[in-house]
Ligand binder design. Sequence first.
Ligand code: PMP
Length: 386
Amino acid sequence: MADWLAALDRRAALRAKAGLTRTLRPRAAGDPDVDLAGNDYLGLSTHPEVVAAAGRALSGYGLGATGSRLVRGSTDVHHALEDDLADWLGVDRALVFSSGYLANLAAVRGLVQPRTLLVSDAHNHASLIDGCRISGAETVVTAHADVDAVAAALAAAPGRPAVVVTESVFSVDGDLAPLAALHAVARRHGALLLIDDAHGLGVTGPAGAGAVAAAGLAGAPDVVVTATLSKALGGAGGVVAGPAEFVRHLVETGRTFIFDTAPPPAVAAGVRAAVALARAADDLRAELTDRAGYAVRRLGAAGLPVSTPDAAVVSVTAPGPEAATAWAADCRARGVAVGCFRPPSTPDHRSRLRLTLSTGVTRADFEHALETIVECAPQSRTEVVL
Ligand code: PMP
């Protein structure tokens, strides 16, 4: 075997020894598993109106966008989707990207000027972390949800431009950032606030407009919001939403916007239909809130260390990575798909099962899934931190 491949093999063996092997498992259409692993919070990925809208655009435009947005890929569907998103989120303008990951890379980098300080929450998603890295700006990582630490970091950089970077609903434990307090601190120091509302959009807020709107920050001139179109909206793509001048800046300078082929028009059309449905889905949001509370009570009553969710993400700590893998595999063998999060995908090196709730799952299946999770739980509840 070539040297470099042997070196990769040795590294894979080390990961295996630490219980951190990752393998791909193909899912077939119509897989009978009860899905507590995906992010299809409102069940919109398979909604007939969403699928029909995508299908019509597929016939009209073909499969791909055939070019980047500035060259040939910007269809009327993309523009209409951006208008819909801006209207929903209560901002001047919205700009659609191929993914939430790329939207975050562009948003962070676009907010950075010479001497900017980035203040980033320790639990932030990899795409925000990478955005900070590729921006080249000095970055201070603050303890999770610690407003005082953010204030101290800003106070230590007087006179410098600064951006506070946070998720809204954190993707691993489902807890909500103290958005109003962060905004107040940022404003006091003349800093901007970038909020990734990936897990809030469609799930919380007035008409599902997200955690930023719920915190009363929609349209604030010093706030920029990003989100993915792949979770509650059931599609694919990402969005940056905020002041028109900032969106223009991204159109003209955002590398992950300019040099990336536009998202397929059919996906944009499906997401437009999903936005309309999500705006009207207060009943589904109430059901998600109810299920989150029920999950916490049921798993907590079984003695499992469960998170306190603010939206539709619930996590249960596992004794270690191997235990998490075995727990998730046992659940899967019994027809229940759960997320299995291990380092480096966890911010605190603790392994967990992550349950993402979806109204696309029947209530009976959901309750059965929780029973299964309890029955498959590892015997030892001792937390082991790697
Ligand atoms: N931000 C957060 C908080 C996420 O959970 C995700 C999805 N894993 C992303 C950004 C990236 O979005 P996308 O999957 O559309 O690239």
